[in-house]
Ligand binder design. Structure first.
Ligand code: NAI
Length: 297
């Protein structure tokens, strides 16, 4: 963990440093992407083991893209120098933007936004990578709702082309423009959503995944045939159950619950089989077992 000398404060539109909270699948990918694209990056996780794992996996992935010739040695070395891991959130004092990628829980995220509001400089943007939670409500935990925005990366962030930007009810044009410029500098295609549960992508994707669980639950077909149907029949790169394992069944369930609560329609009720798998700890690839068993592979 190395300390740095803080740069001078910059106007919002010139984001140069990025703080990432959460070193899991998404946070580590966002930190890697930012470091490779020349931003100074600070990454924090409340779990020290998760933070070390993030540090290790980002370094390994950067070295791997260098060895494949996709990034020059010099840029790879610079990316590694750009990356700072910290167990102390206070180190985020002078970052230009924080991208939060912690557990998909409104209560936990709000607590973090309240803390960050008291730590980061007054011009900093607070962005959330939430899959579904209201940006307006996260903003209400801060004294700077005009500087709170949704910046929803797809999994894995270094590879997937899209960033969905979500404007809360009070998000300012300055905040939107600065976030858009940042996403463009990270090489992403941008779409813009209003702040309603699930935004654009998960509003459409998650009910499809939930329906695939219903098809499995009610015995319509085997998991392999459900996935093959969507893969070969509709040209999706992955079947919906395979995709759920990739995203994390806990994340899928949290999103379905947000859609159900926020949109108030029974069609969004989570499938009982999805609930049961999560209760049983079958969270997908990250745990080695979800719809499919990866420990046998
Ligand atoms: P994950 O479970 O892999 O990682 C979450 C990390 O956050 C863990 O390392 C945990 O220790 C850390 N954490 C939890 N509470 C914390 C706190 N208060 N302070 C600091 N660190 C804390 O989760 P994943 O999949 O990376 O998801 C993170 C966020 O990104 C969620 O909001 C999720 O909905 C969203 N997302 C997930 C996608 C996916 O495919 N998994 C895709 C797009 C968005």
């Amino acid at each position: 963990m190395r300390r740095r000398i803080y740069p001078v404060t910059l106007p919002m539109s010139e984001i140069k440093s990025v703080g990432v909270v959460g070193g899991g699948m998404m946070g580590s990918g966002i930190a890697q992407l930012s470091a490779v694209n020349g931003f100074e990056v600070w990454i924090h996780d409340s779990d020290s083991a998760a933070l070390s794992k993030a540090n290790q996996s980002i370094s390994t992935r950067i070295q791997s893209i260098v060895s494949k010739g996709q990034l020059s040695k010099e840029k790879g070395a610079q990316a590694l120098r750009n990356l700072n891991c910290t167990s102390n959130l206070e180190d985020f004092g002078l970052v230009d933007i924080v991208i939060e990628a912690i557990v998909e829980s409104e209560e936990v995220k709000k607590r973090l936004f309240g803390l960050l509001d008291n730590i980061v400089k007054s011009s900093a943007i607070l962005a959330s990578n939430t899959s579904s939670i209201s940006i307006t409500r996260l903003a209400s935990a801060t004294s700077r709702p005009s500087q709170v925005i949704g910046m929803h990366f797809m999994n894995p962030p270094p590879i997937m082309k899209l960033v969905e930007i979500i404007r809360g009810a009070n998000t300012s044009d300055d905040t939107f423009n600065a976030t858009k410029v940042l996403a463009e500098r990270l090489g992403k295609k941008i779409i813009c959503s209003q702040d309603f549960s699930g935004f654009i992508v998960n509003r459409i994707l998650m009910p499809m995944i939930n329906e695939a669980f219903h098809a499995l639950y009610t015995g319509v077909a085997t998991k392999e045939d459900i996935d093959a149907g969507m893969k070969y029949g509709t040209n999706h790169p992955m079947g919906p159950l395979e995709l759920a394992d990739h995203i994390g069944l806990d994340v899928c369930l949290s999103i379905m619950r947000v859609l159900y609560a926020g949109l108030g329609d029974s069609k969004y009720a989570p499938c009982p089989l999805l609930v049961q798998y999560v209760d049983a700890g079958r969270l997908g690839r990250k745990k080695g077992f979800g719809v499919y068993n990866y420990s046998k592979m």
